[in-house]
Design a protein. Structure first.
Length: 351
């Protein structure tokens, strides 16, 4: 019998979950066992999962889960170096040469476990079957505008926090932008036709920001892209991967630019394929931007769990996309699960 163990997220500011109580009931109805760890932060109360039929376990108890359980979370595990013996479903960020990713793969190799990376659950044509991209783009554009507002007041963007709803976020940010007394900035979104780009474009449009929407056709020539520097705000919505063009080179911190805010929603600064070369580390909820130039200012936003700013909307959207894939967990060696496992096997041999 397939046993899905939904772990509590250990990362600060992570209230999301990848399955709803209705999803739990669906899996149980298919004959699966579902255990959900208690969590004081999860946006959906544990009582709702209990009513759906899930077994409830203490927070952080997944290391003692039965050997055959598949441990399901979203963000990274505690970096304690312990070998990993279970099959884990999560965003591993381990297949692009990232240092932390190599350390994670080593833990799987030592423990004999398996990583099914959520980013690589794809159909036969390589298209992702579930993604948080839309809400990452939406929230990432919002934080980028918060950085623009802070610059208008002569400062640096302060800490960000969870918003109760999309409407609450819009109301708050619209008031902040209006209080600057300035016209709306001009923004460019690259990757505008994808999930991330659509989310970013929708947020900007909701707030009256003019958007230049670029996708593959506009970037096919490979660069350089001086147009990016002619906008106030740039939102990067493409993943770092081999062959990705450079949108913002390292020398772009010079004064000959209009650009003052970069929102790197794709956020993979430690990859050699990153299309933004003016920064080298992610930012956080407490310190949302990294100032990489002073005159004129240039701030980079690179938070890597942006959808958690809108945890209910993003969780419900993602869980609905992922549920049909979870319903096929009784065949973990074929289909999207089989493809994800094969990718893991290829990469774990390299560490």
């Amino acid at each position: 019998m397939t046993h899905l163990w939904v772990r509590a997220e250990s990362r600060p500011n992570e209230d999301r979950v990848g399955i709803t109580p209705a999803g739990v009931a669906s899996l149980i109805g298919r004959g699966m066992t579902v255990t959900v760890e208690d969590s004081p932060r999860r946006v959906i109360p544990i009582q709702d999962y209990a009513r759906a039929g899930a077994q409830i376990a203490p927070e952080g108890s997944w290391p003692e889960a039965p050997e055959d359980a598949m441990v399901f979370g979203l963000k990274e595990l505690p970096e304690d170096g312990t070998p990993l013996r279970h099959r884990h479903i999560m965003f591993g960020h381990a297949f692009k040469g990232q240092p932390a990713g190599r350390a994670l793969l080593k833990r799987f190799r030592e423990g004999g476990g398996t990583l099914y990376d959520l980013e690589y659950l794809t159909d036969e044509d390589g298209r992702r079957l579930a993604a948080f991209g839309y809400w990452a783009g939406y929230a990432g554009a919002a934080v980028s505008l918060m950085a623009w507002v802070a610059q208008a007041h002569g400062g640096l963007c302060g800490p960000v926090h969870v918003h109760a709803s999309r409407e609450h976020l819009l109301q708050d940010l619209r008031a902040r932008m209006d209080a600057t007394g300035r016209p709306r900035p001009r923004a460019i979104v690259i990757g505008a036709k994808g999930r991330v780009g659509r989310g970013a474009s929708d947020l900007l449009t909701d707030l009256g920001v003019p958007v230049t929407a670029w996708d593959m056709a506009e970037t096919a020539h490979g660069g350089p892209f001086p147009e990016v520097l002619m906008h106030d705000v740039f939102i990067n919505a493409i993943l770092a991967q081999p062959g990705a063009p450079v949108f913002v080179p390292a020398d772009a911190t010079g004064a000959a630019r209009t650009l003052t805010v970069i929102g790197d929603v794709a956020c993979d600064p430690t990859s050699e394929f990153s299309p933004i070369k003016v920064y080298d580390r992610t930012t956080s909820w407490d310190a949302p931007v990294l100032r990489v130039a002073d005159v004129p200012p240039l701030d980079v936003m690179a938070i890597d769990n942006l959808p958690s700013m809108l945890p209910r909307e993003s969780s419900e959207d993602y869980a609905a996309q992922l549920l049909p894939v979870l319903e096929s967990l009784d065949a973990p060696h074929v289909g999207p699960w089989g493809r994800a496992e094969q990718l893991f096997r290829e990469h774990v041999k390299e560490v």
